[in-house]
Design a protein around this ligand. Structure first.
Ligand SMILES: C[S@@+](CC[C@H](N)C(=O)[O-])C[C@H]1O[C@@H](n2cnc3c(N)ncnc32)[C@H](O)[C@@H]1O
Length: 184
């Protein structure tokens, strides 16, 4: 089965977890990762990689001594990604984005978080939990990048981060908003 067909299958199995009918475009991923200083990003976290469109782009850009922790809750996506990604810098973790701190070493903090989590279909409890958890695990100078199909999450992100900038692209199905949030 192609990765696209499998993605659609996973969507119909659990719409509230997958939150999109098709994988994101590389264009969206490149736009999300533009202007990130990958020389200084030593601890990177990706939330909700799905088939790994953004994971591959991060791997291409990350420094040789950087680490990437990828959190995927869906069994099928996790199994495929863990089998496919063999780069020793990458740790594919089968757990929820609300458990980041449980999976990292004590004191380990992130320079960059790249999230594709479908925040709008999450319960309010889970949405707040992943946003709070991400914010706490970020270094003071860290960046949180998130895409969404609407502006619904804007207020919550603005209440959490000091600076939030929003951009938009039509080069994705559906078109997407990109939030770039800076902690301090
Ligand atoms: C909109 S899809 C994005 C997939 C991929 N990054 C892309 O852009 O094509 C959301 C992803 O988040 C994952 N996900 C949903 N809830 C999660 C959670 N609590 N923790 C980790 N991953 C989760 C889903 O299984 C799915 O892979």
């Amino acid at each position: 089965m192609t990765t696209k067909r499998n993605f659609i299958k996973q969507f119909f199995k659990n719409k509230n977890m997958v939150g999109a009918i098709t994988p994101s475009s590389k264009f969206l991923g490149k736009k999300m990762l533009s202007k990130i200083d990958f020389n200084s990003a030593k601890i990177i976290i990706e939330l909700g990689p799905g088939t790994g469109v953004f994971t591959d782009l991060i791997i291409q850009r990350m420094a040789p001594d950087a680490k990437l922790f990828v959190f995927e809750l869906n069994d099928n996506f996790y199994t495929s990604l863990a089998a496919r990604i063999t780069d020793p810098r990458v740790h594919v973790i089968h757990d929820s984005a609300s458990n980041i701190s449980k999976q990292l070493k004590t004191g380990e903090q992130a320079d960059l978080i790249v999230s594709s989590l479908p925040l709008t279909v999450f319960s309010e409890k889970l949405r707040k939990s992943v946003i709070t958890e991400s914010h706490q695990i970020l270094k003071e100078t860290g960046t949180y990048v998130q895409f969404q199909y609407s502006l619904q999450a804007k207020r919550l992100l603005e209440a959490t981060y000091k600076t939030v900038s929003v951009s938009f692209t039509l080069k994705n199905i559906p078109p997407a908003f990109i939030y770039k949030c800076i902690k301090t």
